[in-house]
Each structure stands twice: as structure tokens, then as C-alpha cells.
Design a protein around this ligand. Structure first.
Ligand code: A3P
Length: 308
């Protein structure tokens, strides 16, 4: 239990919440839910921490300027691309965050959810000086793999026919030789890498500065998850957090391209992968990490979940 003195939000330097996850873990949903809080400002993916300074971010991730402009829009501050660039040119990234914090109302915090932060520990290390609250969002690896493969398949449908025709055959051969199509296997490896990076990094972070959220629990019992998360951060939960605006269209480079297809918080994605995959297809290291992270195995609880 946290005492009021210990909670992160009581710190004078509490200005940033970082949501860390693998892509396709429900991070856009969690961002929109937390952004429903009157003290949390939550634009699309900022990607800032991926880069050591503003100039590199500007050159290498120009699409993310849209998220920064959205942030100022949410804050009700008029800002232009040129204005931001002239203010931040030459700044190390930590100073860019400090510059942004100056625009936040006194009690407000910035929420930055960018799954790519989990790709390497160097990116995570860059956040230390900002004393953020870290929300680690985890999802069953097969939920992530299934979602990723469906997004890629939809992209393939838009490609010319000749390249597309051989794909089902290649998938079947890969499934026979390696238990999973190569695309899914690659995504499994990324899930392991990203979640291992976050685990290793958060081991060095004080307990009162972090919380773990399971995607499956978030969609099955949003009220309880939001209540617990807000208590860990040090905020009072607000009712609109569990009634997110789900019809928003996201820039596919900055969030979930299918987000608007859900009419509300939808429980179905928690287990939809079970129709297409089985945990016996996962590598031993993935199963071991699942267990370490407290992700419920369907092998142990299959009957109960099928009945639900
Ligand atoms: P799929 O729709 O492909 O299953 P991320 O935002 O991290 O990329 O995660 C995307 C996933 O979040 C979606 O992948 C879906 O499973 C889940 N998601 C998005 N909106 C949701 C909603 N309103 N309710 C439940 N799950 C949602």
C-alpha cells in the first residue's frame, strides 16, 4: 500500500507518465483512457526519447511532429512547427521535455506512450533524469502476435496480386518447419526483447515510480484496473477514464490504425488469438518470460476462459 507521502504525484517534479509496452498491446486504448483524466495530457506517440536531441528527432522521425502539435492543441496553446523547431533547435532531449513541461498547467502531467521506447535500454535510460511514473503494459504474446499478423495481412491485401499469391503457401511451410510463420516468430522475438528490456530497466526504478497493467485485465475489468493504477500514481480516478472516446482515427504511424473500429472497451481481444494459435507454438524463453511477468497461461486455465 502507498501512503500519501510516498505517491509519485505528490513529488514537485512529477510531470511525466511513460507507458512502456510492446506494440499491439492495447497501448492506444490505455493512452486514451488515462488521457480522459483532467490532469493528464496524452497526445499520440511522441517518439522523443528515442533520440538524444531535438535535431535528430526532427530529421529521423518527422511524422511525430504531428503528436507534438496535438499536444499543444490539447493544452490550448497556439504552436506551429516552425515555432517549436526554433525554440528547441540544438536542445538535448531531456531539455525538450523540460521546455514542454513549462506549458503544462500546474497540476497537469504529460503522458507519453511510445512502444518503440522498449526497443533498447539506452532509450529507457534517457528518461531517468525526468523522474517519470512508468506504466508497464503487458499483453499475452499470442495476443500481440495475432494482432500484428492481422495488421500485416491487411497491408498485404493492398499489394499487387503476384507477390500475394505465394504467401499462404510460404506461411504453411514455415508453420510446418518452425511451428509458426516467420512473421509471427519474428514478432514473438520482439515481444521477448521489448519486455525483457523494460523488466531489466524497471528493476533499477523505485517501486513508487512504477506499476504494471495487464491488457487482459484492463479490458475485462477496467474500473478496477484504473482505480488501482490511479492509486499507484497518486491521482483520484475519474469516471470518464472508463468511457474512452474510442471512435477516434489514429495516424497509423503514431498509434493503433484500427482503434476507431471499437465502439467501447471491448473484452473480445483479450482472448481472440485462441481461435488461431496455441501456446505450444511459443518458444521456451517466451513461456518463461510470460510466467515471470504473471501472464496467465491458457493451458492452465483454458476451460475457465472458454466458458467465460
Ligand atoms: P487488434 O485490434 O489488432 O486486436 P496498440 O494500441 O498497442 O497498437 O494495441 C492495439 C490493440 O489494442 C488492438 O489490436 C486491440 O486488440 C486493442 N484495442 C484497441 N482498441 C480497443 C478497445 N476499444 N477495446 C479493447 N481492445 C482494444
Amino acid at each position: 500500500m502507498h501512503t500519501p507521502r510516498e505517491v509519485w504525484a505528490a513529488r514537485p517534479d512529477a510531470r511525466l507518465i511513460l507507458v512502456l509496452s510492446s506494440e499491439r498491446s492495447g497501448s492506444t486504448l490505455l493512452r486514451v483512457m488515462l488521457g480522459g483524466h483532467s490532469r493528464i495530457v496524452a497526445p499520440q506517440e511522441l517518439f522523443l526519447l528515442r533520440y538524444p536531441d531535438f535535431d535528430t528527432w526532427r530529421a529521423r522521425k518527422s511524422v511525430a511532429m504531428e503528436s507534438l502539435l496535438e499536444l499543444f492543441d490539447l493544452l490550448g496553446h497556439e504552436q506551429t512547427e516552425e515555432g517549436i523547431t526554433s525554440s528547441c533547435r540544438g536542445m538535448p532531449m531531456v531539455d525538450v521535455y523540460k521546455w514542454i513541461f513549462e506549458f503544462l498547467p500546474a497540476a497537469a502531467v504529460l503522458l507519453d506512450k511510445t512502444p518503440a521506447y522498449a526497443n533498447d535500454v539506452g532509450t529507457l535510460d534517457r528518461s531517468r533524469g525526468l523522474t517519470p511514473f512508468y506504466v508497464w503494459l503487458v499483453r499475452h504474446p499470442l495476443g500481440v502476435i495475432d494482432s500484428h499478423v492481422r495488421v500485416k495481412e491487411r497491408e498485404r491485401q493492398r499489394r499487387p496480386l503476384p507477390g500475394r499469391m505465394l504467401r499462404p503457401l510460404r506461411d504453411a511451410i514455415e508453420r510446418l518447419t518452425d511451428g509458426l510463420p516467420a512473421l509471427a516468430r519474428k514478432r514473438e522475438a520482439k515481444w521477448v526483447l521489448q519486455n525483457s528490456n523494460v523488466r531489466d530497466f524497471l528493476r533499477q526504478v523505485p517501486a513508487e515510480q512504477q506499476a504494471k497493467v495487464h491488457f487482459e485485465q484492463l479490458v475485462q475489468n477496467p474500473e478496477a484496473v484504473v482505480r488501482e493504477l490511479c492509486a499507484a500514481i497518486g491521482f483520484e480516478p475519474e469516471p470518464q477514464m472508463v468511457r474512452p472516446e474510442t471512435r477516434q482515427t489514429m495516424n497509423p504511424n503514431l498509434g493503433d490504425p484500427n482503434f476507431h473500429l471499437h465502439g467501447a472497451i471491448d473484452v473480445q481481444p483479450a482472448a481472440s488469438w485462441t481461435a488461431r494459435y496455441s501456446e505450444t507454438q511459443l518458444r521456451p524463453e517466451t513461456l518463461a518470460l510470460m510466467q515471470e511477468l504473471g501472464i496467465q497461461s491458457r493451458r492452465a486455465s483454458g476451460a475457465r476462459h472458454h466458458a467465460a
